[in-house]
Design a protein around this ligand. Structure first.
Ligand code: RIB
Ligand code: CA
Length: 312
């Protein structure tokens, strides 16, 4: 088998993050080398514990690096109303046996970028850790083969405010630093997620898969899926699952490259991703924005994840 692509995931699990992580664990073309954790959906203590628990359920041993417990500048609201107070549906799961690493996520990102040429970095939460790493080492982008970010709302249809998506709005200053530092990166935004909704009944059928990951996911996602059906209707939206599918299988996606700026001021628009669709600014078109993903391939990736690591 050709060498597997080293994959580092920055994440704030979070129910949809969990499915994305299972997708990465089950992919034979990529090798997850670690998880860096941020606050976001819920506080850092919970996201770290959730990451350790998910690895245990999936039967994978990975270094888990705690990152920043707060955004760079201003405090932000979590999303416990969607994911549960603990971020995993408040199921009261048995605590994981393993512990997190002592190394900070930002320092781990820098070190791992030296150790793993060709690194794919996927960011599924607020960008605080990556922004800190960039401030510590501005040469970091030269050692990241590909960056994919789940975040933003490319025509201003937000999910945490009128115009802003949660990951970006949680730490807009961090997003600005990241979007300005990388000459090119992939962006999977909330509006693309809305175009790739999954029928709740279909998801429930998948979650009946007789495997430990499926049973665990069924339990931790129950509250989030009920909230979604109540608030958003018949489709469930797995934001990080779509992002991870695009990260693992970019050729199954359609992309469009444009300049994107992050609004860090704005009484009504703080956290917005302002896309130069007409290329008026003359600025560098750094963001390759997901426009569509093959729905058959998305379903394959999501279902493969539930079968467990090494399902092929
Ligand atoms: O807006 C959706 C994003 O915010 C997802 O990554 C979800 O997990 C939350 O982090
Ligand atoms: Ca997330």
């Amino acid at each position: 088998m050709t060498d597997r692509i080293p994959l580092l995931i920055d994440t704030d699990p979070g129910v949809d993050d969990a499915w994305a992580l299972l997708m990465a664990f089950a992919c034979e073309r990529h090798r997850v080398i670690g998880l860096t954790l941020s606050a976001g959906n819920v506080g850092l203590e919970h996201t770290v514990r959730n990451a350790l628990k998910l690895c245990e359920v999936a039967g994978v041993e990975l270094p888990v690096f705690p990152g920043s417990a707060t955004p760079l500048v201003f405090a932000a609201e979590d999303a416990a109303h969607v994911h549960g107070r603990d971020g995993f549906g408040d199921t009261g799961y048995l605590l994981p046996s393993r512990s997190a690493e002592a190394e900070h996520a930002a320092l781990a990102m820098i070190r791992l970028s030296h150790a793993h040429p060709g690194l794919l970095l996927v960011c599924l939460g607020p960008l605080t850790n990556l922004a800190l790493a960039l401030r510590l080492d501005p040469t970091l982008p030269s050692r990241i083969a590909r960056l994919l970010v789940m975040g933003g709302a490319v025509t201003g249809q937000g999910n945490t405010s009128v115009s802003a998506e949660f990951n970006i709005a949680f730490d807009p200053e961090a997003a600005h630093i990241v979007f300005e530092a990388f000459p090119a990166f992939d962006l999977v935004d909330w509006e693309a997620v809305l175009r790739h909704g999954l029928p709740h009944r279909e998801v429930e059928h998948w979650l009946a898969t007789p495997s430990a990951p499926a049973a665990f996911y069924r339990a931790i996602s129950r509250r989030s899926r009920e909230w979604s059906e109540d608030r958003r209707g018949e489709h469930w939206h797995c934001a990080d699952g779509l992002a991870m599918a695009a990260a693992l299988e970019p050729d199954s996606a359609d992309w469009a490259r444009h300049a994107v700026a992050i609004e860090t001021g704005g009484r009504w628009t703080r956290g917005a991703t302002v896309v130069d669709w007409a290329d008026r600014s003359g600025g560098p078109a750094r963001a390759r924005i997901l426009r569509g993903f093959d729905p058959v391939r998305l379903r394959h990736r999501l279902r493969q994840a539930l079968a467990g690591a090494g399902a092929g």
